[in-house]
Design a protein. Structure first.
Length: 251
């Protein structure tokens, strides 16, 4: 059973919570809004709101999940934030290596630090690495990502804030696209999505369209659930192609 509403994963694991804004995609951070809400509800894990916090007691959680899962790591933070010591990242990676039945998705906006970290540490076989690419200024993160020897490289173009133009998807296996949600959400245009979709098809990457968000395909602002996830009447939610001989291919 899914334990998260994020459609491209089925569990989240947050040994770190809180973050700081660093680029345009952070302006209306969903994690910050959620953290403030959980703080107001009295949840002890979020007693410091969205202040960067390491949770050593949460490190062991995946050890308790015997059934294989696809796990989004640090959905409420960024594992490669400058405030996270290498020693703590080592502990996170250690748990990942101890649980080969799971596949882990590490997504960051801090591609430089991720590349630096993995220049001296092995990337586990059950780790997918990704970077957020919300606008053209963020496209430089792709070049850091593609150099890393991970089983799967992916992009999260969410929230997609502008036309990304031509993209080099060499060694990029999967591209996720989504619009922004919330009262202050910025609109996304269909042409931007179709451009990315067309480029994934030409360059051999899998394409996953998550949602329109607060602004619909017709340019009207409404509840994101009403706007849905259709493009030209169809759902496009491909998962990346994993080698059929790989131990990572499971239901």
């Amino acid at each position: 059973m899914k334990t998260t509403k994020i459609e491209w994963t089925d569990k989240t694991w947050n040994p770190i919570t809180g973050c700081t804004k660093m680029s345009a995609g952070c302006v209306n951070c969903y994690a910050e809004v959620m953290a403030r809400r959980l703080q107001a509800m009295g949840q002890d894990k979020y007693k410091d709101g969205f202040q960067l916090t390491l949770h050593k007691d949460a490190l062991s959680e995946p050890l308790e999940w015997k059934k294989p899962h696809t796990i989004f790591v640090c959905s409420m933070s960024d594992l490669f934030h400058k405030g996270v010591p290498d020693e703590f990242i080592n502990q996170v990676i250690g748990i990942i290596e101890l649980t080969p039945q799971h596949r882990y998705q590490l997504l960051t906006k801090r591609a430089e630090r991720m590349t630096e970290y993995f220049s001296t540490h092995r990337i586990p076989d059950n780790v997918w690495l990704g970077v957020t690419v919300e606008n053209q200024a963020a496209k430089k993160r792709i070049d850091f990502l593609r150099t890393l020897k991970a089983p799967i490289h992916f992009l999260s173009c969410e929230p997609l804030l502008e036309d990304l133009g031509e993209m080099n998807l060499d060694n990029i296996d999967w591209v996720i696209v989504g619009g922004e949600s919330g009262t202050s959400a910025r609109p996304m245009k269909e042409d931007w999505i179709l451009s990315i979709k067309g480029q994934t098809e030409k360059q051999g990457s899998s394409f996953f369209f998550k949602q329109w968000g607060t602004w619909g395909s017709d340019g009207i602002k409404r509840n994101k659930h009403e706007n849905g996830k259709l493009i030209n009447g169809k759902i496009y939610q491909e998962m990346p192609k994993v080698n059929s001989n790989s131990s990572l291919l499971f239901a």
